[in-house]
Design a binder for this molecule. Structure first.
Ligand code: ITT
Length: 210
């Protein structure tokens, strides 16, 4: 794929999500265009269902190709909470509330899970998934990033996402993982590799599928 040869619309109200995703896509010669639209979100305990319905709603108003994304922070000691309620919890309890719920708790294990739905037009959808394992810090640290970044420490690191530059966060993050998969997939479409895989194996190899 030639640099700048393809434009993908990123449908999100969150500027940080757009900046992180567009930086990753640029490595694949894909230019991202920000569409500030909030697709309707259904009530569901599944991020996958949420992202699929976000995609269906966006399809009514946003021309393809586009990506919608849905992310949740799943904390082991809270039974996976806030998970699909991450947005609501952040705007009500905030990260201080989450830390309070974990007071005295030793098991700090947590993960960010992201789903992205790519719509290419003609009812061609593809869903991608990425996860970053990590733990919840004892107190908020760092001015960078957004959302839960000041309290999330990715596995293998000591800093929170909030203490990292964008490039550093992207070495670990769920979003970088997701958009690397999407970038590779778009490249494979443009080189014909996906079509060849389907012909040789009788199907998509599924590596990038959720
Ligand atoms: P859109 O739905 O418009 O894309 P949003 O901010 O509501 O934007 P999500 O539903 O995917 O996006 O995110 C759920 C919550 O998780 C929300 O409060 C985000 O701030 C937070 N979040 C998502 N990605 C994050 C990240 O990389 N670091 C920290 N917090 C994140």
């Amino acid at each position: 794929m030639r640099r700048g040869s393809q434009v993908i619309r990123l449908v999100t109200t969150n500027r940080h999500k757009f900046v992180e995703a567009s930086e990753i896509l640029s490595h694949y010669g894909v230019e991202a265009e920000w569409v500030r639209y909030k697709p309707q979100e259904i009530q569901s305990d599944s991020l996958l269902e949420v992202v699929i319905w976000k995609g269906f709603d966006a399809k009514k108003v946003v021309p393809p190709p586009f990506v919608v994304e849905d992310t949740g922070l799943f904390i082991d000691a809270l039974g996976g909470f806030p998970g699909v309620y991450s947005s609501y919890v952040l705007s009500t309890l905030g990260i201080r509330g989450v830390l309070k719920a974990l007071e005295g708790v030793e098991d700090r294990g947590a993960r960010f899970v992201s789903y992205g739905l790519l719509y290419l037009g003609d009812n061609m959808f593809k869903v991608f998934r990425a996860v970053v394992e990590g733990r919840i810090a004892m107190s908020p640290r760092g001015e960078g990033g957004f959302g839960y970044d000041p309290i999330f420490i990715p596995q293998g690191g000591v800093k929170t996402f909030g203490e990292m530059s964008l490039e550093e966060k992207s070495r670990y993050s769920h979003r970088a993982g997701l958009f690397n998969k999407i970038g590779r997939y778009l490249t494979s479409l443009s080189t014909g590799e996906t079509v060849i895989n389907m012909l040789v194996r009788g199907g998509d190899d599924g590596e990038d599928a959720y």
